[in-house]
Design a binder for this molecule. Structure first.
Ligand SMILES: [Zn+2]
Length: 191
C-alpha cells in the first residue's frame, strides 16, 4: 500500500522536534521510506489547490532518518520527480540573510516570513550512495535550510516565536493574509 497525505505528521505532534539519525546503509527499507515520502507529498498536493509539495524530510512521515526529497521543478506541478538527499549537510552558508514566505506540509495553512541565507553549499548522498555536492541560491537555498532544520528537529515556526508580524494564513482563494500572533499562539505550534 502506498503512503498518503495522512502519513504526514503535523504540529503540534512533537515527533517533529526529534533529531533524525544518519543513514548507515541504503537498504530496501530506506528505498521504501523514500518512495513513501514521494507518494505522501504527491497525495498531499493533490488536495491542495493553491500549493505545491516542494520538499519533505523523512521525520515528516515519522521516520527518523536523515533523508530529504526536493522537487526537480518547483514551477511545474505536473513534474512529480524529486531529487533525493541522504545524510545532507550544509557545508557553507553564504550571501545575505533574506526574509521570505515559508510554509510546511507539517504546519497546516500557516505561512511565515523567515530569514534565510541566500546561498548554501550542501553535501549529501544520492539514493545510489554517490556523493553529491550542490551550490544553491535563492529559493532552493531556502528549501535546503528549511529541510536541514527538520533533520535537526526544528520547524520554521521556531524561528518566529515572539515575532508578532511574521505569520500569514492561506485563504480559500489561495492568498496570504496576516495572521494575528494571538491566533497563532492558540494553535499549539510552539514548543
Ligand atoms: Zn517543512
Amino acid at each position: 500500500m502506498s503512503a498518503t497525505k495522512d502519513d504526514i505528521i503535523v504540529l503540534p505532534n512533537d515527533h517533529l522536534r526529534q533529531k533524525s539519525k544518519r543513514v548507515a546503509v541504503i537498504s530496501d527499507e530506506i528505498h521504501q521510506v523514500i518512495k513513501d515520502m514521494v507518494d505522501a507529498t504527491i497525495d498531499w498536493e493533490a488536495t491542495r489547490e493553491h500549493e505545491v509539495g516542494v520538499a519533505l524530510a523523512a521525520v515528516q512521515i515519522d521516520k527518523l532518518y536523515k533523508i530529504v526529497i526536493i522537487r526537480e521543478d518547483f514551477d511545474n506541478k505536473k513534474n512529480q520527480h524529486f531529487k533525493v538527499f541522504i545524510n545532507p549537510q550544509i557545508t557553507k552558508l553564504e550571501g545575505e540573510l533574506k526574509q521570505d514566505y515559508e510554509g510546511c506540509l507539517s504546519v497546516t495553512d500557516i505561512y511565515g516570513k523567515v530569514a534565510r541565507y541566500d546561498k548554501v553549499r550542501v553535501r549529501a548522498l544520492d539514493e545510489t550512495g554517490r556523493v553529491v555536492r550542490v551550490k544553491a541560491e535563492g529559493f532552493l537555498a531556502r528549501v535546503f535550510q528549511h529541510e536541514l532544520d527538520h533533520i535537526n528537529g526544528k520547524v520554521f515556526v521556531d524561528h518566529l516565536k515572539g515575532n508578532e508580524d511574521a505569520f500569514y494564513k492561506l485563504t480559500d482563494e489561495g492568498k496570504l493574509e496576516p495572521l494575528p500572533y494571538e491566533q497563532v499562539q492558540t494553535l499549539g505550534v510552539f514548543r
